[in-house]
Design a protein around this ligand. Structure first.
Ligand code: HEC
Length: 138
């Protein structure tokens, strides 16, 4: 009996230990999940379900190098749209991307989703970071 209780308790402890996510991981999951819903509603029409883009019209969101190089500008792109030419790899895109009336948290969530999906892996983009980036939009 005593043995059963002890092994029961150790089992519970083991489950707790392995299911206990760190605060950072929890934050990431929250951003990522909320971001996927925003993506479906506001971005997927143009950029595609797998971020593959559309022919010569809509750029893909699969170019990790582009996203990393432009990390500090992404929040501005989402908030104010893009009118400049965008070059992804060797392809140029000239269409414009519309602005979005989003709060920093929405931008942070959708960017966390995009930059950690479609083969990208850039970690959490927090709403504090987005608020800072938005102060210096050109
Ligand atoms: C009406 C279509 C449309 C919608 C909706 C749209 N985009 Fe775009 N997006 C574009 C186009 C077109 C460009 C290229 C703009 C240019 O060349 O000036 C672009 C460029 C981008 C870029 C930079 C280039 C790249 O491919 O990495 C990112 C990042 C991006 N969009 C993310 C998003 C996110 C996130 C959303 C949703 C909040 C979104 N877009 C909604 C059409 C759209």
């Amino acid at each position: 009996m005593k043995l059963k209780v002890i092994s029961g308790i150790s089992l519970i402890l083991a489950v707790l230990f392995f299911s206990c996510q760190t605060e950072k991981e929890l934050e990431f999951s929250r951003y990522y999940t909320a971001g996927s819903v925003i993506y479906q509603n506001k971005c997927q029409n143009c950029h595609g379900i797998n971020g593959q883009g559309l022919l010569a019209l809509m750029p893909p969101l699969t170019d990790s190098i582009y996203l990393k190089t432009n990390k500090g500008n992404l929040a501005c792109y989402i908030k104010f749209g893009i009118k400049l030419k965008v070059t992804i790899g060797t392809k140029q895109f000239e269409d414009t991307m519309p602005a979005n009336d989003f709060a920093p948290i929405d931008i942070a969530e959708v960017l966390t989703y995009v930059t950690n999906s479609f083969g990208n892996k850039m970690g959490t983009i927090t709403s504090e970071r987005v608020a800072d980036d938005l102060k210096v939009c050109k």
